[in-house]
Design a protein around this ligand. Structure first.
Ligand code: AMP
Ligand code: ZN
Length: 493
């Protein structure tokens, strides 16, 4: 039986403002979309926090035996800083600054993004589509919205008509609990306003000025897509008109996700998402981490050390552990003290897991492992409460210590359960990299190569050149190169 039948998950849904029982549209399968990075510069640690929250959510859903289609896009076009003018296209601006082609900017920072995620042991999404790879779909959606009267063309650009949408009985502002009047008062006087029927209308397609180099042909002339539309186009294409989970940072709730709901409803006559999930912000020394204010640190700066904010370097596992000690919906402040405390906690957890191997089982258990294990699940079932889970893992470490001191007893079966549960939640679900396991694997591989070198030497001593060459060639095929020197044979891989 799949695990999800026993472990009942609750998810906080931004749309209802409540924790709801989670029921996917199709039993056993989940469609999840997370807004990806805008790849015009390096991701900062704040971005990493948001993506890490969804990495753990994805890991836990998989652990519960759901089949998850996890789509996380790459925004590589059309995410304007403020308005529609070419000066505010992040990619065009950055390409000028770095004297690169815009797609070189995209490539450079996509590679950086993947490297960072790799470093932090992220699972890749199952689909990672790009906005530029889905221009046609965006044009089609725009055309449909025009045909259905939800959008209008104005001087080569296309805008979504918010008042028309509301007139037809829908409610722009439902995700943010705001009405059009409030939204209006928050709308700044931006470029392109004179083209719109109403200030709160948003761009689906923007006409490219002659200087705008990222441009595509469309029925309305050369231009580029609006940012909100790409997520609707890609989520609909890969997850359908209605899917289970949509996530992103809190700052995307308005206008981005509000616009996605409006586009989805207008196009497909159904609300596009059942559960909207939003992560809270990472702050540093009390201020929100952000590129524009300069209050940010790049992930590798924290890992490699030598930066102005932290007294020493911290490894990727410690950073992961620190992030997950806060619930994804709470603000997390990262500081030197917080990192030092997390490092200590992390080491304590690892030592506890290690010490499990030293414990000798008894006939019976005086500790209740079954209840403890369910407490770990309950924490995650309660809207992915990682800090409570970590507190429970430390309760597991406390068991390990009292068992090791022989103050309590444990049966062989319970001991195996204790160890597996600690490891599963730490490595598989929280995504901590099991350094011991990976070091072990390298050590084992080295041992095997040494053994083969020994066997090859014996073959050569026996003038069995065929076998000796075969060992060398087969290792080479695995990218393990043997080098014969006067001090014997060395290898590299
Ligand atoms: P962007 O590349 O700006 O679209 O951001 C990528 C993701 O990072 C979005 O989901 C943002 O909400 C999120 N994000 C940006 N700044 C922070 C922060 N300080 N803390 C947590 N998440 C953030
Ligand atoms: Zn998005």
């Amino acid at each position: 039986m799949p695990l999800y039948t026993n472990q009942k998950l609750k998810i906080y849904n931004t749309l209802s403002g409540e924790k709801e029982n989670f029921n996917p549209i199709i039993e056993g399968a989940i469609g999840m979309y997370v807004c990806g990075p805008t790849v015009y510069s390096n991701v900062h640690l704040g971005n990493v926090r948001t993506f890490m929250s969804f990495d753990v959510i994805y890991r836990y859903l998989k652990h519960l035996d759901y089949k998850v289609r996890y789509v996380r896009n790459i925004t590589d076009a059309g995410h304007l800083t403020d308005d529609g003018s070419v000066e505010n296209d992040r990619f065009v601006k950055q390409s000028r600054l770095e004297k690169l082609e815009p797609m070189e900017v995209v490539q450079k920072y996509t590679v950086d993004f993947h490297k960072v995620l790799d470093h932090f042991n992220f699972l890749p999404p199952t689909i990672e589509p790009t906005a530029t790879g889905h221009i046609l779909e965006q044009i089609e959606l725009t055309q449909k919205l025009i045909n259905d009267g939800f959008a209008y063309v104005s001087q080569g650009s296309v805008y979504f008509d918010v008042l028309e949408y509301n007139k037809r009985g829908m409610n722009y502002g439902e995700l943010n609990n705001r009405n059009v009047e409030e939204l209006l008062s928050n709308t700044r006087d931006l470029d392109g306003q004179n083209e719109k029927k109403n200030p709160q209308d948003f761009a689906l397609w923007k006409k490219a000025s002659p200087a705008h180099i990222m441009r595509w042909n469309s029925p309305w002339g050369e231009g580029f897509p609006g940012w909100h539309l790409e997520c609707t186009a890609m989520s609909t294409k890969y997850l359908g008109e209605k899917f289970d989970i949509h996530g992103g940072g809190m700052d995307l709730k308005f206008p981005h996700h509000e616009c996605e709901i409006a586009q989805g409803k207008a196009c497909n006559n159904t609300t596009p998402v059942n559960y909207w999930m939003h992560t809270n912000m990472l702050t540093m020394n009390g201020l929100r981490m952000s590129k524009s204010t300069g209050n940010y640190i790049l992930p590798m700066e924290l890992i490699e050390g030598g930066n102005q904010f932290f007294e020493k370097e911290f490894n990727a596992n410690t950073v992961r552990f620190c992030f997950l000690q806060a619930h994804y919906r709470s603000v997390l402040d990262i500081s030197n003290e917080a990192m030092i405390a997390s490092e200590k906690g992390f080491i304590r957890l690892m030592e506890g897991i290690q010490l499990c191997n030293e414990i000798t089982p008894s006939e019976t258990s005086s500790v209740d492992i079954t209840t403890w294990k369910q407490n770990c699940y309950d924490a995650m079932n309660d809207d992915f409460n990682t800090p409570i889970l970590i507190a429970n893992l430390f309760e597991g470490v406390r068991f390990v210590n009292v068992l090791n001191d022989k103050r309590e007893t444990i049966s062989a079966e319970d001991l195996a359960e204790l160890k597996t549960t600690l490891e599963t939640f730490t490595f598989e679900i929280l995504g901590i990299k099991n350094e011991k396991a990976s070091n072990n694997t390298t050590q084992k591989l080295e041992g095997v190569i040494e053994m083969l070198i020994e066997m090859r030497k014996t073959a050569r001593d026996n003038k069995n050149w065929a076998l000796s060459d075969e060992i060398r060639d087969k290792l080479l095929a695995l990218n393990i190169q043997l080098k014969d020197g006067k001090d014997g044979t060395s290898y590299s891989f």
